[in-house]
Structures are given as structure tokens and as C-alpha cells.
Ligand binder design. Structure first.
Ligand SMILES: [Zn+2]
Length: 313
């Protein structure tokens, strides 16, 4: 947190939310009442290094703030990778991000924007965004994308854990005999990620499709495609049931590209929640995300606002 008092109000006060992924940077400008005033995106120069990413994000946000005629107070970022939210530094990330690990994204963006910047992991931000406005204070978030990410809100707050790694449900074992992207065996991700759905369908049929292609086939009645989604849905629900049993969490919100095929996941999810319900007897709801592509940026703003409430900057 720096640049205290740098921003000179010249318009309506507003906050920026930034969703930084490997291919795209998306941003929102939101006023105090939560109204989205501007929205845009730009290509993410992930292979050009951290400074190029910060430049691109800052240019996007500065342009959107000017378009909306607002004075920025703060910005929140949901960034791919393991994030040290206390320092705003990236701790670990996939290889597609050059010069990203160790990059002080929070300080660098704060310098460029002239406002305090809060950094969160993108799945944590997704969950904050989806949970905002709900009465639920204990929520599991599962992101079914290229991989499977997870996040936890416990008693109203994000649970980061001592290493910032809480909620990594995608790499919990016991769901298959298949090799996971992380090198271990049987993780939830081997059945429920978009990548895995394509791979599992390919093993059955020899056809190379992405998960939305498999979804199309399932909707057309292809038994192999239906089975792949059934396996994904069952594994997802069992993972949610384990988390719910351990932590007394009654709600799981599922996002990411695979969740667009909720119609195909839901039958197996519902069946598994019947056969393997948490023994606490408390009904576990597993529902698809509702805020679409805005969830990460909205959650990043929520994270920045919460940080401001704690640290008076
Ligand atoms: Zn794994």
C-alpha cells in the first residue's frame, strides 16, 4: 500500500478491478454503489515479462477511468498464480508467464496508477466476486478451467492459509488412476478440468476435441461424451462433499469454462450429493457461478475495499 493521497479527485470516486490471465487482461470500473461504469479488455503480454503486463493493465485501467470520468481510489487485481496477497508479489505461476514469479505486481501497478493496489489469486477473487451479495459466510469456490482451482471463504473471509495455498481442491487425490498435470496421480483435475474432459473423451473415441466440443456431442446424445461429463460431475461433487464435511461449508460455487456445461454436470452432481451427502445432514448446495466474466474483477475490487477497511490508507 503506497502513494497515500497521490490521487487527486477530479471526478466521481471509483475503484478498478483487474483480471489478469495468461492471454487476456480484463478490467472494470465500479462506483461506490457497485455500478459498473466501464468495462474493457486487452491482450495479456505474458511472454514479455511482468513489467509489460503491468504496463498493459495500467493502460487499460487508465483508459477506462478516463472513459468513465472517474477518479480512481484503489485497484484490486485477481492474478493467475500463487500470490502473496500481503506484499502483492507473485510466488509461483505457470511457465507461460515470463518474469512473473517474484514480480512485485502490487507495487508496480500502484506506481503506474497512483493508487493503492491489492493483489489476490484469481480463483480467490472469483469466489469473493461470486459470494458478494450473498448471505452465505462459508463458501467453497471451484474453478473448472484449463486446470481446477479452488478457494475458501470461511466465516466471511477468504482463507489463505499459512502458505497462501488454501483451497487447492483440484489437486486432492483419489478420483482416478490417471496422471495429473502436477505429476501426481488421481487428482480431481484429472477428471474435471476442461483439458481433462477433452483428454478423457479422446481416450475413449480417438477424437481430439476441447471441452465445449465434448459438451456439444454430449448434448447430441454421444454416450462417451455423456460419460466423460458424468465422471467429471461425480468427482466434482465428491470433492465438494469432502470439503463440506471437513469445514461445515453448505455452499459450493462452480465457475470456469466447464461450468458452462452445467446441464451435463448436474445429473451426476445431484446423484453424488444424494449417495455421498455430508453425514452432518446439512444440505450441501453445489451451484454454477452467476457473474460470468466479471466475477474475478468484481472480487478483486471487493478485496481492495476490504483491505482499505483494515489498513487505513
Ligand atoms: Zn494434481
Amino acid at each position: 500500500m503506497q502513494d497515500r493521497g497521490t490521487a487527486v479527485p477530479s471526478g466521481v470516486p471509483a475503484d478498478a478491478g483487474i483480471d489478469i490471465g495468461g492471454t487476456k487482461i480484463a478490467a472494470l470500473i465500479v462506483d461506490e454503489r457497485g455500478t459498473v461504469l466501464a468495462r474493457g479488455s486487452a491482450p495479456a503480454p505474458a511472454r514479455e515479462g511482468g513489467a509489460a503486463m503491468a504496463d498493459a493493465a495500467a493502460a487499460l485501467v487508465t483508459g477506462l477511468a478516463a472513459e468513465a470520468g472517474v477518479s480512481l481510489r484503489a485497484a484490486g487485481v485477481g492474478a493467475a498464480g500463487v500470490v502473496d496477497h500481503a506484499t502483492g508479489t507473485i510466488r509461483a505461476a505457470s511457465e507461460m508467464f515470463v518474469d512473473w514469479v517474484g514480480f512485485p505486481l502490487g507495487d508496480e501497478l500502484s506506481d503506474r496508477l497512483g493508487v493503492p493496489v491489492r493483489i489476490e489469486n484469481d480463483v480467490n477473487a472469483f469466489l469473493l466476486g461470486e459470494a458478494a451479495g450473498r448471505a452465505d459466510r462459508d463458501v467453497l469456490g471451484v474453478m473448472l478451467g484449463t486446470g481446477v482451482g479452488g478457494a475458501l471463504i470461511v466465516d466471511g473471509d477468504l482463507r489463505h492459509g499459512p502458505h497462501g495455498a488454501a483451497g487447492e481442491i483440484g489437486h486432492t487425490p483419489g478420483y482416478s488412476d490417471l496422471r495429473c498435470t502436477c505429476g501426481q496421480t488421481g487428482h480431481l483435475e484429472t477428471l474435471a478440468s476442461g483439458t481433462s474432459i477433452g483428454a478423457r473423451y479422446g481416450e475413449r473415441t480417438g477424437d481430439v476435441l476441447n471441452s465445449s466440443g465434448v459438451a456439444e456431442r454430449a448434448r447430441a446424445g454421444d454416450a462417451d461424451a455423456i460419460a466423460v461429463f458424468r465422471d467429471a460431475g461425480r468427482a466434482l461433487a465428491l470433492a465438494c462433499a469432502s470439503a463440506a464435511t471437513l469445514l461445515d461449508i453448505p455452499l459450493a460455487i462452480v465457475g470456469g469454462g466447464v461450468a458452462h456445461a452445467w446441464d451435463l454436470l448436474a445429473p451426476a452432481v445431484d446423484e453424488a450429493l444424494r449417495t455421498d451427502a455430508p453425514i452432518t445432514g446439512i444440505p450441501l448446495r453445489v451451484i454454477p457461478a452467476e457473474k460470468g466474466g466479471d466475477a474475478v474483477a468484481l472480487g478483486a475490487i471487493e478485496s481492495a475495499r476490504r483491505a482499505r477497511a483494515v489498513v487505513a490508507y
